[in-house]
Design a protein around this ligand. Structure first.
Ligand SMILES: [Zn+2]
Length: 238
């Protein structure tokens, strides 16, 4: 079980930690981490572990162990693995992570601008997509881009709050994504709120603190996926 520092503060770029062990596939377990582990359509962080002698070990990505809460730091190939009990400073690749945070938050706005059920999604480095069950509904791309940029530049605060499993079960309308399960654990679910009323939905990912940090968005190619689904892509323009 790893303490997930990224959950309370997405802006933490590094933390001190202890190596709890290396699993049989060479994945490194720390007692606490700033590395977001792959989940909810957001890829895991890359970065480095820095040792007391100044040497470093590259981390290719982070994933959850089978228990769903222990973060496995997956080293880039061909490196010497650390011993148990060693102290490290874990650093995420902040440039990449910050772009992922901006795209992730922008996808929340996309789910507001297109109020249809979300059937899938993917957050990438500088771009992302959501699949909507919107049938034959026409897609006004210029209007959609304008609406997204209007919401982003309105500088809405993005905050998280927690509710109980029972409260979520009593409010199923909060769940927009049919594929991504709400991030449950210890009887609590994390909700992400944008503005007072712009958006509120369960999410375990990392977000920017204010929507203006997203910058200007452009729409990418949209395409039909099956009979009902439309795939809509957005990207950062810087
Ligand atoms: Zn989110």
């Amino acid at each position: 079980m790893t303490t997930h520092l990224f959950r309370d503060d997405a802006y933490l770029r590094s933390c001190e930690a202890k190596v709890l062990g290396v699993n049989d596939r060479g994945g490194i377990v720390l007692d606490r981490t700033v590395f977001y582990a792959t989940g909810g359509g957001q890829p895991g962080d890359s970065g480095i572990l820095e040792f007391e002698d100044g040497s470093t070990l590259g981390i290719a990505t982070a994933v959850y162990d089978a228990d769903g809460s222990t973060v496995i730091h997956v080293p880039a190939e061909g490196q010497q693995l650390p011993a148990e009990g060693v102290s490290v400073v874990a650093h995420v690749d902040w440039q990449r992570r910050y772009r992922l945070m901006r795209v992730h938050t922008a996808l929340h706005l996309l789910s507001v601008a297109l109020p249809f059920p979300v059937t899938g999604g993917q957050i990438g480095d500088g771009e992302g997509r959501l699949d909507f069950d919107m049938g034959e509904e026409a897609l006004d791309k210029d209007g959609l881009a304008a609406r997204l940029n209007e919401m982003a530049s309105a500088d809405h605060p993005v905050a998280s709050e927690w509710i109980t499993d029972e409260e979520l079960d009593a409010n199923p309308g909060l769940v927009k994504t049919m594929k991504v399960k709400p991030p449950r654990g210890n009887g609590k679910v994390r909700l992400v709120r944008i503005g007072e009323t712009v958006d509120l939905q369960p999410c375990g990912g990392t977000h920017v603190a204010r929507t203006s940090e997203i910058g200007t968005l452009a729409l990418g190619k949209s395409e039909k996926k099956g009979k009902q689904n439309r795939r809509v892509r957005i990207r950062l323009t810087d």
